[in-house]
Design a protein around this ligand. Structure first.
Ligand SMILES: *Cc1c(COP(=O)(O)O)cnc(C)c1O
Length: 392
């Protein structure tokens, strides 16, 4: 980009596209071609050897996919970025790139359900010790990191109880121990929070959620220094979890409105959280923008907005009451997704943490009656009225 200091909203619209606007097109094309041919075989060899920029085969690199990577790279202020077919594709690629038998990884109990399965089921099979600390116990995390670890893996805000961890503080602890600090920034998005600026080494997203924003494409992406991104790219090109060009196009298009969507969702979520907190049928509301949130002060420090995700418990912690409440909502899909233009609701017991047993959820402090509410871009007043009638 030529503009010296474009803001995030401008980057969301323009970044990453310039090189791919062919023949005056104003939009990046979907390049479906699997391979890229060369009449000049000397050039083919140079590209194949990585001595010259170019495309060879779309499992490795593809122009539409690259434009998507460049846009998120600009938004996270990173040197490099690489992508995968899904969020879990990029998370597992990153973890299996850096971890070897005998290594330790320190993380928290409230990571995304699929990530938790990697820690609890797969890493132990490769003799990697995954130490999972209480998410908001910063002293405990620091103590475990200080014992030595290869990777410190964080997520904030967390799913589904919307906990906040202090990224600047824990990144410093990770750095001191020589660990690679990885942050899942899916819930915050680069509009609300930039972990690299807070000291993290790598920031990743399930692009399926807010980046795409329309619940019509899966994708994952990770950003950071080239020296860390290159080996992740290398592992991903070989494991084959490549982002599809059509999905890359949909994600790229979705990202053009990222700042507008997030701005609206930030405003709505805070109003809805305040409405629910004052409602007699609600036991508890989890939202980092509320003064009652246990880590509100950290959220204020590290986030520019508190995001579109909240969760709440009905009085009585009764799962049957949840089952009666959900179908009464007019403007919310009951579904296992989040971060879309439509409002989405789901109990973690049926969505993000369906892979866990009831006992595991209880151990993670996830009440059975918890309802996760992903605020869409509908008018705030309509969402509040909808919740009010469904609770009534
Ligand atoms: C959905 C999600 C993932 C996994 O992403 P997929 O695209 O579904 O593989 C990882 N982290 C968080 C926080 C998520 O919400």
């Amino acid at each position: 980009m030529t503009n010296s200091n474009p803001r995030l909203g401008t980057l969301a619209v323009w970044a990453g596209e310039e090189d791919y606007l062919m023949q005056g097109a104003t939009q990046v094309p979907v390049v479906h071609s699997v391979s890229f041919g060369y009449k000049d075989v000397d050039r083919w060899l140079r590209v194949a050897l990585g001595q010259e920029a170019g495309y060879i085969y779309s499992r490795n690199t593809n122009p539409t996919v690259h434009a998507f990577e460049e846009k998120i790279r600009a938004l996270e202020g990173a040197e490099a970025a690489t992508s995968a077919a899904t969020g879990m594709g990029i998370i597992s690629s990153a973890l299996f790139t850096f971890l070897s038998p005998g290594d330790r990884i320190v993380s928290v109990k409230d990571t995304y359900g699929g990530t938790h399965v990697i820690f609890s089921e797969f890493l132990p099979r490769f003799q990697v010790d995954a130490v999972l600390c209480d998410t908001t116990d910063h002293e405990a995390i620091e103590a475990e990191v200080a014992k030595g670890c290869k990777v410190l893996y964080l997520e904030t805000p967390t799913n589904p109880t919307i906990k906040i961890v202090d990224l600047a503080r824990l990144s410093e602890a990770g750095k001191k121990a020589g660990a690679i600090v990885i942050v899942d920034n899916t819930f915050a998005t680069p509009i609300n929070q930039n972990p690299l600026q807070l000291g993290a080494d790598l920031v990743l997203h399930s692009a399926t959620k807010y980046l795409g924003g329309h619940a019509d494409a899966l994708g994952g992406v990770i950003c950071g220094e080239k020296a860390l991104i290159d080996p992740i790219y290398h592992f991903r090109e070989i494991n084959g979890a490549t982002l599809h060009p059509m999905a890359a196009y949909l994600l790229l298009r979705g990202m053009k409105t990222l700042h507008l969507r997030i701005r609206q969702q930030n405003i709505s979520a805070l109003k809805i959280a305040r409405f629910l907190e004052a409602h007699p049928r609600i036991e508890k509301v989890f939202y980092p923008g509320l003064e009652s949130h246990e880590n509100h002060a950290i959220a204020r420090r590290q986030m520019r907005g508190f995001g579109g995700m909240l969760s709440f418990m009905l009085k009585g912690d009764d799962f049957d009451a949840v089952l009666a409440f959900l179908p009464r909502l007019r403007y919310a899909h009951a579904a296992a997704n989040l971060g879309a233009v439509e409002t989405i609701v789901g109990p973690p017991a049926m969505t993000s943490h369906v892979e866990c047993t009831r006992e595991e959820r209880a151990a993670m402090g996830i009440p059975e009656s918890l309802i996760r509410y992903s605020v869409g871009i509908e008018e705030t007043e309509d969402l509040i009225a909808d919740l009010d009638q469904a609770l009534g």
